[in-house]
Write a protein that binds this ligand. Sequence first.
Ligand code: PLP
Length: 425
Amino acid sequence: MTAITTLPGQPHIAYAGDQLHVEGLRLSDLARVHGTPLFVYSKAAMLSALAAYQRGFAGRQAQICYAMKANSSLAILQVFADAGCGFDIVSGGELARVLAAGGDPAKVIFSGVGKTRHEMKQALQVGIGCFNVESEAELDVLSAVAVDLGKVAPVSLRVNPNVDPKTHPYISTGLKGNKFGIAHEDALRAYRHAASLPGLKVVGIDCHIGSQITDSTPYLDAMDRVLDLVADVESAGIPIHHIDFGGGLGINYNGDTPPEADALWAQLLAKLDARGYGQRQLMIEPGRSLVGNAGVCLTEVLYLKPGEQKNFCIVDAAMNDLPRPAMYQAFHQIVPVTPRSGDGKVYDVVGPVCESGDWIGRDRQLLVQAGDVLAVLSAGAYCMSMASNYNTRGRAAEILVDGTKAHLIRQRESAFDTFALEQLV
Ligand SMILES: *Cc1c(COP(=O)(O)O)cnc(C)c1O
């Protein structure tokens, strides 16, 4: 028997003996066959993250809409569509992806502060489930676009419950002073306005207070604020068919201990029941918590560069592949796929991009040599979907592991691919 050591929060990514596996496959083999940088995802990990939400909502009317900006690769969308999920989208491009992946447009929610007329039209033509509208000005434009098409747009208003999710300022969205949502005190007026417009049908209310939330309190507070508004809006004679609580549940990056989705929803449903809303149609929009800990990014050590103040471990993945550290000072664990025995040294793990912000991990204890492959953990969310071609680096390939099968779901981009749409004058 080989010893199996799972990594915290990621049961489908484990050392068996001295080899890191995703499900039944050795990551060292995948790196050798497909090259690096390489994203590798576990299908079972995604489905088990989804199952926690499904358990939480057993016996309720609830629609889970995967917030696909977390990872919008077609095969990932296919996994969630096949499992019955709808999608939370933020652009017409994301809508095109949902359709290409076989998703049901009737289960799509269109979020975002800046939808264009063109995007609204595209969404109305395919019959999306709901527009989550974020301003009164957007209500007017959406109504006009719908009237022009001879359609009625189903709308929900994204309200800003003004609670602090205590997360990074760039991923906190439900506070006054954020660009998102309609202020609590303006919401009733906005609902009256929406109900008066010919091209709109009010169907719901929604909020989304932020991301990487590791505590249930902000959710419970936001729910109270949203339910207060539902009561006010309905007493003004405007029925609210569904209540959408957004996404935002955090994952374990570095010892973070967010509640499990089913435990969080047990608490939230108890509040909904106590306030008499437990039998309403519920919607949620989780992104990170469905995919974040299902993926790793494999990267090869190119050079070790000792220094007076710092030792650098230079790898072939960079900020264009893994933008979260540069953007949010985010932490990703970094582990060898085939550990060596010994103590190693403390390194800053950095990429080849010409920016001092191009680091992947700082002050990491590693025992490595050039040619070793490292796995950057918790790389399933907001990595590939935010990847760029900066420094004319082609984007990485992606593998979806299902048991002992590796599906290549995205080919590595070549340099030519990165400038294929450009022209000389
Ligand atoms: C980004 C986003 C989500 C998903 O957030 P996660 O933190 O990834 O769960 C859900 N709803 C809206 C409106 C979003 O913008």
